[in-house]
Ligand binder design. Structure first.
Ligand code: NAD
Ligand code: GLY
Length: 367
């Protein structure tokens, strides 16, 4: 992995045989989007997929950069919200791509948070059997997690991300300035994925977030760049070792199995994704205590950091049977057995197989 810092630009390389790409992190990076697309060899029509919230803020700047670099540009909005990350939105998007003449010589730019990135990426993976795409993530969650690694997809009414493809972008361009318009709740939600990396892989990073929590919440630029770089670095390393989640990559699902279930049951209304992951991490650390691989003190420390970051730690009301059914429908479930990620103390992971009933019992949800 290459790690450079030139004139305030940081570039990480994700090394994946023929699917490798750079992650460029910079204040004001949007201006350079067009030239960077040229540099990676993209051609034809640039179809910028966004949503009304993000395109109103950044659509014009993105279009200008692409047009200046000589691309023809079409802007396509999908509706804003996880509840629209579905096949209806995708089919309308295909209609729009067709109407705009987006062909095999064109490419897609995903401009937005994780929802836009996942849907636009999946459209890129499937449109005319696959056209190139670029990720321009504008939420903290997308900048530290979803834009890197090539997981794309949509939700099914029975569960999150059940339909999708591994499809790597050609470039990830992170403009940290876009975080200034993000609302505080969404910013905090992104911190859940940052804490996740520390808990399962990198204890010093967990401690860094603990020590710098106030500065992070104040969005101090240096510390922001630091957490985004370190998160992308960790994620890229995991993806390089296991691009298609044959094994190791599953550790990045820490907090997601139970988190996804609460997110699905909330109808994507009460909890945003990062908040659901926060609750899932609290439960995963409880399960780790019950399995004897994490001390109560470490679990309390994880819970305290989640809470200091302004994320929820209380378990929402739920219906037992619905929760069991939703956990069982998770795509990590095979023949009733779920690969569950625990934390060994802070900074290490453990994988084990459990039924949904066992997970509920071990997490204390059935006490
Ligand atoms: P999101 O995409 O819904 O964005 C949150 C909100 O912020 C939206 O209303 C959006 O319009 C708004 N927004 C985005 N950028 C903004 C900006 N700069 N200024 C103002 N408002 C802005 O939510 P998210 O948390 O970014 O992503 C969650 C999604 O990511 C989930 O669907 C989750 O499944 C997915 N995800 C995917 C991966 C992956 O590897 N592909 C990893 C983690 C999460
Ligand atoms: N967010 C989990 C992964 O990308 O694998």
């Amino acid at each position: 992995m290459l790690f450079e810092g030139v004139c305030g630009v940081s570039v990480l390389s994700v090394n994946l045989a023929e699917n490798g790409y750079d992650i460029v992190i910079e204040h004001g990076a949007l201006v350079s989007l067009g030239n960077r697309c040229r540099e990676v060899g993209l051609k034809g029509v640039a179809a910028v997929i966004s949503n009304p919230t993000v395109s109103a803020l950044y659509g014009a700047e993105v279009k200008k950069s692409l047009v200046t670099a000589g691309f023809s540009v079409v802007l396509i909005d999908i509706p804003d919200g996880e509840e629209f990350k579905n096949s209806t939105t995708l089919n309308r998007l295909y209609d729009d791509l067709l109407a705009a003449g987006v062909d095999r010589g064109s490419f897609i730019v995903a401009l937005g948070g994780g929802v836009v990135g996942d849907v636009a990426g999946y459209a890129a993976a499937t449109w005319m059997r696959g056209i190139p795409f670029v990720q321009v993530p504008t939420t903290l969650l997308a900048q530290v997690d979803s834009s890197v690694g090539g997981k794309t997809g949509i939700d099914h009414p029975k569960g999150k991300n059940l339909i999708g493809a591994f499809y790597q972008p050609r470039l990830v361009l992170i403009d940290i300035n876009t975080l200034t318009t993000l609302d505080r709740r969404q910013f905090r939600a992104g911190l859940a994925e940052v804490i996740k990396y520390g808990v399962v892989i990198d204890r010093p990073f967990f401690e860094f977030v603990e020590s710098n929590c106030a500065a992070i919440l104040e969005m101090k630029p240096d510390v922001l760049i630091d957490i985004i770089l370190r998160s992308c670095h960790i994620k890229a390393q995991v993806v390089e070792m296991d691009e298609k989640e044959a094994g190791l990559r599953a550790i990045l699902n820490y907090g997601h199995t139970l988190g996804h279930a609460f997110e699905t049951l909330s109808g994507y209304q009460c909890l945003v994704h990062g908040e659901a992951v926060a609750i899932g991490m609290v439960l995963a650390s409880r399960i780790s205590v019950a399995k004897g691989i994490c001390s109560r003190d470490d679990a309390a420390r994880i819970c305290a950091l989640i809470s200091r970051c302004g994320l929820p730690v209380d378990i929402p009301p739920y219906d037992r049977q619905q929760l069991l059914n939703t956990v069982a429908a998770d795509k990590k479930s095979k023949s009733g057995s779920i690969t569950f990620i625990c934390n060994k103390g802070i900074g290490m992971y453990a994988m084990s197989q459990h039924t949904s009933e066992e997970l509920l019992r071990l997490s204390g949800l059935e006490a």
